[in-house]
Design a protein around this ligand. Structure first.
Ligand code: NAD
Length: 288
């Protein structure tokens, strides 16, 4: 009992705190925190993410401005929009939904966002601040949410051995940096790792962000470890299409001291952390 980490409840609490702070900022200082959400093209999954982010922003007492550009948009047009948002004083956060169409260079776009408005934390300046252990940049939302969930079950992380599966710039890599800064000894594994299971078996904390349904099996986990499943994968089951994580949940659950479910674990925290970063941007504080 007590093993499931309830990301829905944690995120709800965080969102209500953010809403209070946002309302306070508006009432006392006349600043209405505003997030600009930019989407290019018609990717259906992206459209769902964008809708959810806009709705959550408004429910948190903040404003969102949405820019939906056609799939044929050229890089120069998108860069011009970002340049305009960068100098718009009524806009505090800018989010460009990924993926972008292939004629657009993703890195050029992310690095065009003013670092102080980069609420996703993907700009090279914010990635660099995190890499050198400084706390005045924006931290990417998903790893930031994972750290909050970890702290909710493990108040002290120092000295623990953490294994991260996956090393994307969006999740795995910033996650490893945050764990290291919290005092963990960190092993990062990826597609080229010879024996991922041999690494995870030694871990007190396992964070999985591989995009591979059911990758982490029951015997990959040391008894008493804490498992954070970042994966969001569509799977066909006899009961129809379902969202599943990167962890074989039913196998791992009996061994783990605590584990995030999918859905209802990391996912809701990602949006809550986006709202928190947007609030910080509006407050003129990048750091937490
Ligand atoms: P990505 O494809 O950019 O990176 C995947 C990483 O996992 C790579 O480093 C790759 O080397 C590694 N990997 C893949 N298969 C592996 C294997 N068999 N063994 C070891 N390493 C392996 O993906 P991403 O953007 O980091 O996302 C990962 C997963 O997390 C996806 O399912 C994605 O949908 C999900 N995700 C969830 C949230 C959320 O809010 N919960 C946010 C972002 C991503």
């Amino acid at each position: 009992g007590g093993k499931l980490i309830n990301g829905v409840a944690f995120a709800r609490q965080l969102r209500s705190e953010i809403r209070q702070e946002a309302e306070n900022l508006h009432a006392v200082h006349g600043i209405l925190p505003t997030l600009a959400v930019v989407m290019v093209g018609e990717d259906p999954a992206s459209a769902v993410y964008v809708r959810n982010k806009i709705r959550a922003t408004e429910q948190a007492g903040m404003r969102s401005v949405s820019h939906h550009l056609p799939a044929s948009t050229q890089e120069g047009e998108l860069l011009a929009l970002i340049a305009a948002l960068n100098v718009d004083e009524t806009v505090h956060g800018i989010l460009v939904q990924l993926p972008l169409p292939e004629q657009i260079n993703r890195d050029a776009v992310l690095d065009a966002i003013a670092p102080a408005k980069d609420v996703d934390g993907f700009h090279i300046v914010n990635a660099g601040l995190l890499a050198v252990g400084r706390h005045d940049g924006f931290i990417p939302c998903t790893p930031k949410g994972c750290m909050m969930l970890l702290h909710s079950v493990l108040p002290e992380l120092a000295g623990l051995h953490a294994v991260v599966v996956g090393c994307s710039n969006i999740v795995g890599r910033p996650m490893a940096r945050l764990l290291q800064q919290a005092g963990c000894t960190v092993t990062v594994t990826h597609l080229q790792t010879r024996d991922v299971a041999a690494e995870t078996r030694r871990a007190d904390i396992v964070v999985v962000a591989a995009g591979h349904p059911g990758l982490v099996r029951g015997d990959w986990i040391k008894p008493g470890a804490v498992v954070i499943d970042v994966g969001i994968n569509r799977a066909e089951t006899p009961q129809g299409a379902r969202i599943v994580g990167d962890v074989a949940f039913d196998e791992v659950y009996p061994h783990a001291a605590a584990i995030t479910p999918v859905p209802g674990g990391v996912g809701p925290m990602t949006i809550a952390c986006l709202l928190q970063n947007t609030l910080r941007a509006a407050q003129g504080l990048a750091a937490d």
